[in-house]
Design a protein around this ligand. Structure first.
Ligand SMILES: CCCCCCCC(=O)SCCNC(=O)CCNC(=O)[C@H](O)C(C)(C)COP(=O)(O)OP(=O)(O)OC[C@H]1O[C@@H](n2cnc3c(N)ncnc32)[C@H](O)[C@@H]1OP(=O)(O)O
Length: 219
């Protein structure tokens, strides 16, 4: 399976690169928020575009030929910096930090104006995106990973932009299928609930490296 890359980087260097990745993505996230909410006129827009083009040119000086993929150290520590939900170096990602407990997993994240759907509310597709990652990561953490086969979301009420909390747990495992359920809530009130069926694909059922098998849903 392409896109899974073993790339050993010593811990100190990795910590440094992680800091850089978070810093540049954070700056661009700020730019996205500023762009969505700006009220400046033509002259300021032209000047901002010139500066953004200059920054883009600097970043283009040294680029990967394609997506970031999933990168591992030999000890199994993993980097998915391009991931649309978790990606440290992806300004599209909020980014979400998922915490795993014995029985369940959870996240808390602030979804700003760039995730708007209905006025003042989070876009339904963005909530599905968050559920997909949260439920998939929960399956992975519990040792029963898979790719999303089916994801069902029930939107019970609008989810206001701002801080949300997600929770998920494995409901059951049937052969290669893991059924995971979860909720998103705001101020303790559930606004959406979801069930995902995560399936260990055929290619991962045989002899594949453990680190790769564990992350099948991510590539
Ligand atoms: C760390 C992880 C975090 C992950 C978060 C993000 C995850 C993602 O976004 S993954 C990307 C989106 N998903 C995809 O791209 C998946 C695309 N689909 C596929 O690759 C395949 O269709 C896949 C893997 C789902 C199933 O294919 P395959 O391995 O051939 O399954 P197959 O052997 O035919 O069927 C196995 C079982 O699953 C069932 N099944 C197959 N497809 C589906 C489906 N889409 N939904 C529900 N059940 C299904 C079959 O009926 C069968 O059931 P049973 O064992 O009871 O007979």
């Amino acid at each position: 399976m392409s896109g899974y890359i073993q790339e050993d980087i010593d811990p100190e260097e990795l910590a440094h690169r992680t800091e850089l990745a978070s810093a540049i993505a954070g700056s661009v996230r700020d730019l996205i928020d500023a762009t969505v909410r700006t009220e400046v006129g033509e002259t300021d827009i032209a000047e901002a575009r010139r500066l953004i083009a200059a920054a883009t040119e600097i970043l283009r000086k040294d680029q990967l030929p394609g997506p970031f993929g999933i990168r591992f150290n030999a000890d199994g520590t993993k980097r998915s910096w391009g991931n649309a939900v978790l990606g440290r170096r992806n300004p599209i990602a909020p980014p979400v930090d998922i915490r795993h407990e014995t029985e369940h997993s959870w996240l808390e994240v602030d979804l700003g104006p760039q995730y708007e759907g209905p006025a003042g509310l989070v876009h339904g597709g963005v909530l599905a995106l968050v559920f997909d990652q949260l439920l998939g990561s929960t399956a992975e953490f519990q040792g029963v990973p898979g790719m999303t086969g089916t994801l069902t979301v029930r939107y019970r009420r609008g989810t206001p932009l701002g801080p949300i909390r997600g929770e998920a747990r494995v409901d059951r495992v049937e052969g290669v299928k893991t059924f995971v359920t979860g909720t998103i809530s705001v101020d303790g009130e559930v606004t959406a609930e979801s069930e995902g069926i995560f399936i260990l694909p055929r290619w991962a059922r045989g002899e594949v490296p453990e680190a790769m098998r564990k992350s099948v849903g991510e590539g």
